[in-house]
Each structure stands twice: as structure tokens, then as C-alpha cells.
Design a protein around this ligand. Structure first.
Ligand code: PMP
Length: 401
């Protein structure tokens, strides 16, 4: 007998499990629109040219070594990541009111932030939008925080439930942690307008809540790094505190390198210094210090004018291809006369489209058309191509008629 005989078979992760099912399907015409990873027009993963150039430089530089990084990671990476999201002239940067720690991509940054809050913040309650990226619940609960939700998406309008969101933020216990998607809300693709962000900021500050931004798609949503950072910058400009988890998985195509950063913005540099000292105590027993390669790539790209401008062009290329897929899919549905208003496919922002298809329709599309996607009706626009749009449109048409 095994000491683990009592274990039950656990279910696959609802998102990553789709790729498992996709890989098992022998059909050559299968399409994976489940996982949020960029694909080229040919359906292949993309390594940015600027990443290859940075790697070549790293490889050629004989002064580089593989020593341990400090607990909070590569200092140059941290500084440049903070400036990327906050802007180089941000008051928090200029006044040294923030601490940034290189963490294991977006997920690891969220988790380290959650662990820090669980240990050092008075209100152990976090509010997530409905719906949200499924892993948010587990990241915060496993760190020991209680998790509740606020209204976000309105099924009827397929837009933001702005009034509901403000009401729920207003009713949350004072000092609650409010998780916000910085841009390109996953899974809905619905973001507040700049005016609405200002209203949300006031509602959060009025109640003394603590905003925690999840920034997994900077530059990937609109094609502009600055535009996609607007929400975060609106909050930091008021001098208040906030947490920011950044990921370089999507915008630099560094998924498997696990490069990200947690920034904690404080009200004074004195507090920031003490926050940093405690943050190190949180990180050290978890994984000691983060890996060196991916962060070195990002630091090079962000720090070199030539590489940086090449990156912005490649980034815009990815964003534009996704936006063009929205138009192709919309046109294909119109051409088929598919019943329903599909303008939300055009209006939504970022990697995903929240189609409004229900679980039964999704299961039908997977069974009959071998289109793999999450059961909530979310499709990865980044996984679509000119070749696969007609199949998806046929599948949607058949599912709704
Ligand atoms: N937050 C959101 C909203 C996401 O969509 C993702 C990626 N799917 C992440 C965080 C984290 O991704 P990673 O850990 O790969 O950076």
C-alpha cells in the first residue's frame, strides 16, 4: 500500500486542462482557443526578435555569470519595470516611495503580494471582480485571505456594471483589498473608461480601501504601453498606496521564463524601506531568490533605446493582429447571418473575447468542430488566424442556430 492511497484524482485546471484535452485530440483540424498565449498567423508560438537580440548580447557578454540574484531580484530590472508601469516621472518613483521585487511572472507577483498582505495588513479580505481570472481566488485564499467579489460585468449590456461596481466597493468593509485588472480585463475584455476609472479611484480612496492592480497585458491591449498603464497611473498620482503585480509573459512573449514584478507603493520612502525589509522575509522561505535569465532580457530591452523601440513595434504588431482578428470574426458572423448582436467582439479589449456562448454551446463546438475553449465562452483572439476564423464562425453559427 502507498502512503498516498487515500488520494483522489484531482480535476485538471479549468484553463490549462483545455490544452491537455487539445493535445490528446488526434484530429489535424483542431484549434486551441483556450490558453492565453499569442500565436502567429501560422498558429506558431512567437519569440520576439528583440528577445533574440537581447539573448545574443547576454550570451556574448563574458562578464555575465549565473550567481544568485538578491532576494528581490535584479535591481536594474526592478527599477525599469516600475518605470514602465508608473512612468519615469511618476511621483512614487521620484520620491522613492516604492519597493519593487522581481517575482515569478504575474502569478508569483500576485502570490507574494498576497502573502505580504496576509502577514502585515490589517484587513484580511480581498474583493475580486465577477467574473475574473479563475486563479485569483486560489492565489489569495491559499495565502490566507478571505475572498469576496464585486459586480463587474453586466450580461445584459455585455459591458461594465459601473453602478453595481461602485455600490459594492462602497459597501465593502473599510480598508478592504480591491483587486483591479489594470487593462484588458480577463475574461471579459471589458475595461472602464478613463472617466469611470476616476470614479472607481474616488470610491476606493473614500473607503480607505487598498487597490491591488493585476497588470498582465500592458501594451498588449491597445498596442500602447502608456495607454494601458493609465488606470494604475491614475491611482498612483493621488499619492495613495497601492500594490501592482506585473507580468512580462504576454507583452514580451516570455511565458515560460516567468518574469514579473511586484511593486508596493507607500506614502513615504521611510515606510517603503521597511516594507522592503519585510518583503524579503516573506520571499526568502518561499523560493529564496528569483531566476536570472528572463529578467536580464527584460532589463536589457527596457534599458536600451534601440531595443526598446523595436519592442514597441513588435508589441503593436501583436496587438494589431489580435484587433484585426476581432474584425475578421465579426465580419464572418455577419456574412453567415448568425443571429444576435456580435458588436461586443469588436468592442472588447485585449487577448480574449467573451462571446456570450454558454457551456452547452461550447461543448457542442468542441465536440463537433474541435474548437477548444473555456466553458465560460471565452475565446483567445490571439490563437485565431485567417485560416481558422471561418471554422470558428461556422461553429458559432451552428451553436446558436
Ligand atoms: N493575471 C491575469 C488576469 C492573467 O490573465 C494572467 C495570465 N493568464 C496572469 C495574471 C498571470 O500570468 P503569468 O503568471 O503567466 O504571468
Amino acid at each position: 500500500a502507498s502512503v498516498f492511497d487515500h488520494l483522489e484524482q484531482a480535476p485538471e485546471d479549468p484553463i490549462l486542462g483545455i490544452t491537455v484535452a487539445y493535445n490528446k485530440d488526434p484530429h489535424p483540424g483542431k484549434v486551441n482557443l483556450g490558453v492565453g498565449a499569442y500565436r502567429t498567423e501560422e498558429g506558431k508560438p512567437l519569440i520576439l526578435n528583440v528577445v533574440r537580440r537581447a539573448e545574443e548580447r547576454l550570451l556574448a557578454d563574458r562578464s555575465k555569470n549565473k550567481e544568485y540574484l538578491p532576494i528581490t531580484g535584479l535591481a536594474d530590472f526592478n527599477k525599469r519595470s516600475a518605470m514602465l508601469i508608473l512612468g519615469s516621472d511618476s511621483p512614487a518613483v521620484v520620491e522613492k516611495r516604492l519597493v519593487t521585487a522581481q517575482c515569478l511572472s504575474g502569478t508569483g507577483s500576485l502570490r507574494v503580494g498576497a502573502e505580504f498582505l496576509a502577514r502585515h495588513y490589517g484587513v484580511k479580505l480581498v474583493f475580486l471582480p465577477t467574473p475574473t481570472w479563475g486563479n485569483h481566488f486560489k492565489v489569495f485564499m491559499n495565502a490566507g485571505l478571505a475572498v469576496k467579489t464585486y459586480r463587474y460585468y453586466d450580461n445584459k449590456t455585455r459591458g461594465l456594471d459601473y453602478e453595481g461596481m461602485l455600490e459594492d466597493i462602497g459597501a465593502a468593509p473599510s480598508g478592504s483589498v480591491i483587486l483591479l485588472h489594470a487593462c484588458a480585463h480577463n475574461p471579459t475584455g471589458v475595461d472602464p473608461t478613463p472617466q469611470q476609472w476616476e470614479g472607481i479611484r474616488q470610491a476606493i480612496r473614500n473607503r480607505g480601501h487598498l487597490p491591488f492592480f493585476d497588470s498582465a497585458y500592458q501594451g498588449f491591449a491597445s498596442g500602447s504601453l502608456d495607454k494601458d498603464a493609465l488606470a494604475v497611473r491614475t491611482f498612483v498620482a493621488d499619492g495613495g498606496e497601492c500594490f501592482i503585480a506585473q507580468s512580462f509573459a504576454k507583452n514580451m512573449g516570455l511565458y515560460g521564463e516567468r518574469v514579473g514584478a511586484l511593486s508596493i507603493v507607500s506614502k513615504s520612502s521611510g515606510v517603503a524601506t521597511r516594507v522592503e525589509s519585510q518583503l524579503k522575509l516573506v520571499i526568502r522561505p518561499m523560493y529564496s531568490n528569483p531566476p536570472i535569465h528572463g529578467a536580464s532580457i527584460v532589463a536589457l530591452v527596457l534599458g536600451d533605446g534601440d531595443l526598446f523601440s523595436e519592442w514597441t513595434v513588435e508589441l503593436k504588431g501583436m496587438a494589431d493582429r489580435i484587433i484585426s482578428m476581432r474584425h475578421k470574426l465579426y465580419d464572418a458572423l455577419r456574412a453567415r447571418g448568425t443571429p444576435g448582436d456580435w458588436t461586443h467582439i469588436l468592442k472588447q479589449i485585449g487577448m480574449f473575447s467573451f462571446t456570450g456562448l454558454n457551456k452547452e454551446q461550447v461543448q457542442f463546438m468542441t465536440r463537433e468542430y474541435r474548437i477548444y475553449m473555456t466553458l465560460d465562452g471565452r475565446i483567445s483572439m490571439a490563437g485565431l488566424s485567417l485560416k481558422t476564423v471561418p471554422l470558428l464562425a461556422d461553429a458559432i453559427h451552428a451553436a446558436v442556430t
